[in-house]
Structures are given as C-alpha cells and as structure tokens.
Design a protein around this ligand. Structure first.
Ligand code: SF4
Ligand SMILES: [Zn+2]
Length: 454
C-alpha cells in the first residue's frame, strides 16, 4: 500500500539504527540483556483531575510498527522513535528468556513507581497492545497482574491499550482472568477515522468490522470499550477532517461504544504530519490549495476542533456523556509535539479555547465548547482561518485532495519511481466509498455559520 511505503521511507533512518541495535542485542546473553534494560524508566503521566495515572511499560514494542528489522506502523504515530535501543534489547531478551523478559517489563513500572504504591482510582498500565501475545506473553501478564500485583491494593479500575483487531472472545477471557470481578476494565483502541482513511491513509490494519466486533466482545465480557478518534487527518483540509470525524462518531454511536477519546491531531517528528511540515510545508502546489501552510502545516486549527465537537454534539446528543478529550495540552503527550492552534500559537484565543475544553472535561457539559464557538474572537485569527478555509475549497473533494497529496509526497520521497506509486495509490482510491470520495466541500456554509458565531 502507498502509505506503508511512505511510512517505511520516513522511518528508514530509524530502521537502520534499529537493525544495528538488534544485531548487537542478538550477540548478548539473556543476563546481559536483562542487566541492560532492568529498571529503565518509561513515561508516567498523572491526570490529577481525572484520578487517573498512565504508566507506560518498557516492552518489545508495537508489533504493527516493527516488521522484522523494518519500522512501519500508523502514519500519525511516533510512539516511540526515541526507544529504538530498548525495543531491540527487549525483543532479543524475549526470544532468549521470556521469564526474564517478563521481569524486565515489571522493573520498568517499579523504576517509576517503587514499593507497590497506593493506586489512583484508575490506573492505565500499558504497552502498545496488551492483547498482543508477542508484546505481552503469559509470563509478563502473570508477573504484572497476578499474585501481589503492582499496587498496595487493587485499583478500582484499569485501562489497557490494545488493537481492535486483537480483541477476541478468547484473548479477552485469557487476559481478564487475572482480575477480580469487582474491578472495572477499560480497553482502549485506535479507531482514528473512517474505514478507508484508517486503513489506507493512517495505515492501521483494522476494518470497521473489527471495530464492531471488538465493541461487541468487550460488552459481552462485561468490560468497557474506549475508542480513540482523531480530529485532524494528516494533510487533508480542515473541513474534510471534520467530516471524517463526524462519520467516525456516527459509526461508533451506532455500535454503542462506551467511551470516545477525541485526540486533536498533534505534530510529532516521525509522522506523516511531521513529514508534511518538514518537507512540504513550503510546497507551491500544496500551498496554493491551502494544504500546506508553512509553519502551521500538519496541525489542525483550534477553530476546527471546536467546530468538529459542536457538530458532533448537535448531531449525536447521546454521545455527550461518553465523549472525552485527550491530549489538549502538550504535557499530556509523552512525545515532543506541537498541538493544534489558531493563526498564532501565542494568541490568547488559543488559551480561551483550551480552557473551555478543560471546563468540558470537568463537567461533561458541551455548553462550554458551544460558548467559545459563539463568543467570537477579535484577534485576527478568525479572519486568517476564513482565508485558509476559502483556499482549501480549491483542493476539491476528498479523493482529489488525497491524490494531490500523494503526488507531492511521492515526488519528494521517491523521485525515481514516484509515478508507479501514485498509480497504485489511485487504484486504492477506487476503494474509497463514493459518498466519502466525492463529498462536496460545504465549507462556504461552515464559514457563514462560523463568521456569525465566533
Ligand atoms: S498507533 Fe498504536 S498500533 Fe499504530 S504504530 Fe502507534 S503504537 Fe502501533
Ligand atoms: Zn487569536
């Protein structure tokens, strides 16, 4: 697939480095490997207002990212290019001694939270995919969650990140037998966008059928489903991002998901949005269509996030209690990142909007977000936004926008054989549902509403 080639190319330097670490790790004994990784600190984030902690574990890494010695993975994710050596060492250790691997996973928790701490109400204890039998073999699950466990007493609630495609009756039953009946288990998986965008542009191997099955299996097992959805698809117009978000929310609402975490796209280094900013931020053709915007390339505008949320609340009122916002401040993202902003990241209108998001987070009351949509802003960001929106109408419907982006990405990354790759992408585009492909750009209406309401 076109996007797999793109991500493989973006990660090529890291793949080389990972291969070097893997060769070195392959020559080490299990004990040497254990000594090299034991007690490595991973990220820990405490969300005080939410009574939730996020404990990231050192593991053998995401199996979707690591393909042999090549790194591919989802296009918007840079989870975790700074940890190449750790993945290589842990993969070698896993191969040589799964028991020691399991102990090493546990030491990464203890390095940050020693002496079996008192738990927060909800503890997220996670790697990339807790249902992946490679990343979390039975030995690791046993060392983490059986016997005395990790905490002084059982947390009321646990949250685990998984891939929807790994959620099956069997995998969930095998995983959850380690927890008591009184504990609430949330399983959080990336839905990100509509089916075609998820598989062909985000490069996540997971169809709507697997999302539906994951939600059903979790419900039947008495657990809770949490879907992560992006507001902002790398490269496309602001309006197309809003539409993709709404289509995805409609699907999840119909499937009866328990919670949705909405993530405004943020720009990180080894991602498609990072590449667009770094290499195509000044591209003339994309610039004329508003698809690249200099420094702003690769992150949505905050006005777009507000618009997407308001439209979701208007159309799907039953989602209100279930919709949460994630990563609305930089320090809530464990990797260096640039968050959504308006014309100027330093302008006060950004803080007003983020503060409204936080009020929504606390109260669950959408009125806080409607208030910023209706409150207006006289800082100039709104006019700049309208200019970019008008420009983006030239990018045509989604299929045309994606074809244009693919042209420019391929010429930049694969100058020798870009035409063949673009041709193959056009074949993929034929699978884009016609309604999604040709959805016209109703941004004129949006702009009219927005001008009145900001
Ligand atoms: S989003 Fe999840 S599945 Fe995709 S590459 Fe990142 S860690 Fe792996
Ligand atoms: Zn402003």
């Amino acid at each position: 697939m076109f996007m797999a080639n793109v991500i493989e190319a973006i990660w090529a330097p890291e793949s080389d480095e990972f291969a070097r670490h893997s060769i070195r790790a392959g020559a080490m004994s299990a004990l040497e490997l254990y000594d090299a990784v034991a007690g490595r600190r991973m990220e820990f984030v405490g969300y005080a207002g939410h009574h939730t902690n996020c404990n990231l574990l050192l593991t053998s890494g995401c199996s979707h990212r690591i393909r042999g010695r090549k790194l591919v993975g989802c296009s918007m994710c840079d989870y975790h290019s700074s940890n190449l050596e750790g993945w290589a060492l842990m993969r070698a250790l896993l191969k040589k001694d799964p028991e020691l691997y399991a102990r090493a996973v546990r030491t990464s928790f203890e390095a940050v939270r020693p002496d079996r701490p008192a738990p927060a109400f909800c503890e997220q204890v996670t790697g990339n995919d807790c249902l992946d039998p490679v990343e979390f073999p039975p030995q690791a699950l046993e060392v983490l969650f059986q016997g005395d466990g990790l905490f002084a007493k059982n947390p009321r609630c646990y949250m685990f990140e998984v891939l929807a495609s790994h959620v099956t009756k069997r995998s969930v039953a095998e995983f959850s037998r380690r927890f008591s009946r009184g504990q609430t288990l949330f399983f959080d998986f990336g839905v990100e966008a509509t089916d075609w965008l998820r598989r062909h542009w985000i490069n996540k191997e997971c169809g709507d059928d697997q999302v539906a099955s994951a939600i059903r299996v979790l419900r039947e097992a008495g657990h809770y489903s949490v879907a992560d959805v992006l507001i902002g698809i790398p490269g496309v117009t602001e309006e197309q991002s809003v539409r993709a978000f709404l289509d995805t929310m409609r699907l999840l609402d119909a499937l009866g998901v328990d919670r949705v975490f909405c993530l405004p796209l943020n720009r990180k280094r080894k991602t498609l949005q990072g590449f667009l900013h770094e290499r195509l931020g000044q591209n003339d053709r994309l610039g004329a269509l508003g698809l690249s915007q200099g420094e702003h390339t690769g992150v949505p505008w905050l006005f777009t996030i507000v618009e997407a949320l308001c439209r979701a609340f208007e159309e799907l009122p039953t989602l209100r209690g279930r919709l949460k916002l994630a990563a609305i401040r930089s320090d809530q993202v464990v990797i260096e990142n640039r968050l959504a902003y308006n014309a100027n990241a330093a302008c006060a209108c950004n803080e007003q909007i983020v503060a409204a998001f936080e009020r929504y987070q606390k109260s669950g009351e959408p009125a806080h977000i409607f208030a910023v949509r209706e409150g207006g802003s006289d800082c100039g960001c709104r006019e700049a936004y309208d200019r970019i929106i008008r420009k983006q109408t030239q990018a045509g419907p989604l299929a045309e926008t994606l074809a244009t982006l693919a042209d420019e990405i391929a010429q930049e990354l694969f100058p020798a054989d870009w035409e063949a790759l673009v041709q193959s992408f056009r074949e993929e585009l034929r699978l884009l549902p016609s309604e999604e492909a040709s959805s016209s750009h109703n941004i004129q209406n949006v702009t009219a509403v927005s001008i009145n309401s900001f």
